[in-house]
Design a protein around this ligand. Structure first.
Ligand code: KIV
Length: 271
């Protein structure tokens, strides 16, 4: 939305961006400092993802993440961002039981964190939950394709929508649009299928490993900034190398302290 700069990004700006062919930009954020930097730099939306499980809380998957763990992170981001639209991710086990549970969780995020929308995983299987949340006045971003909360059922990090999976993906996309989602994340989907979904849907598609023919892009900020150590998915472009920067800084600090170069006179208080 670079050439359409609202004071505060709203769902209507997502829709307008799609209609005008302007790409939407998003990053995850889990804290006040990154939220402040990304927001001031002009990012359109910030997702407080349950990827916090992997990159903040130290779990192997997103499955153990709880609503109570995401609450303070979401509140920090939502109370910091001035322009970006802030979306709270609903964690595994907080909405699947049915529309009542989903609405209860969405209410908690909206009242206690001041996020402007919620996100949940699943297409056809989550349509009733989306419908109920939207009917209460809460915008929902849907998430289909590879859905990390189902990784054990999907057999690991497997690309979705290939071969016969294409029809299921299209059915999922149509179901979340019909249920009232304002946008849909397509994660790890072949570019050609993502292009077809983007063409067929009225709501914007946000790609995470879905190629260029979508309405916007989203990345986990620690992958994007080279902060994550370990395996980085093929679809990620790294825009910085924070892991190396911090490793070098740590080594320099250890050397300075052990060799008595730090603190120097300019770091001392007089008197
Ligand atoms: O939790 C998250 O960061 C996500 C995105 C990768 C879509 O769900």
């Amino acid at each position: 939305m670079a050439d359409d700069t609202p004071k505060r990004v709203r769902t209507r700006h997502f829709q307008r961006a799609k209609e005008n062919g302007i790409k939407i930009t998003g990053l995850t954020s889990y804290d006040m400092l990154t939220a402040s930097i990304f927001d001031a730099a002009g990012i359109d939306f910030l997702l407080v993802g349950d990827s916090a499980g992997n990159v903040v809380l130290g779990f192997d998957t997103t499955l153990p993440v709880t609503v109570d763990e995401l609450m303070p992170l979401t509140r920090a981001v939502a109370s910091t961002a001035k322009r970006a639209f802030v979306i709270a991710d609903m964690p595994f086990g907080s909405y699947e039981a049915g529309p009542d549970e989903a609405l209860h969780t969405a209410f908690r995020f909206m009242k206690e964190t001041h996020a402007q929308a919620v996100k949940l995983e699943g297409g056809v299987r989550s349509a009733e939950q989306i419908r109920r949340i939207v009917s209460a006045g809460i915008p929902v971003m849907a998430h289909i394709g590879f859905t990390p909360q189902s990784e054990h059922q999907l057999g690991g990090h497997v690309i979705q929508g290939r071969g016969e999976g294409a029809e299921q993906l299209i059915a999922d996309a149509q179901a979340v649009e019909d249920a009232g989602a304002f946008a849909v994340v397509l994660e790890m989907v072949p570019s050609a299928i993502a292009a077809r979904v983007t063409e067929e849907l009225k709501i914007p598609t946000i790609g995470v490993g879905a190629g260029p023919h979508v309405d916007g892009q989203l990345l986990v900020w620690t992958d994007w900034a080279g902060f994550t150590t370990g395996r980085i998915p093929k679809f990620v472009k790294q825009y910085a190398d924070l892991a190396t920067t911090l490793t070098d800084a740590t080594r320099a600090y250890i050397a300075d302290v052990t060799d008595k170069r730090y603190p120097a006179p300019e770091h001392e208080y007089d008197g």
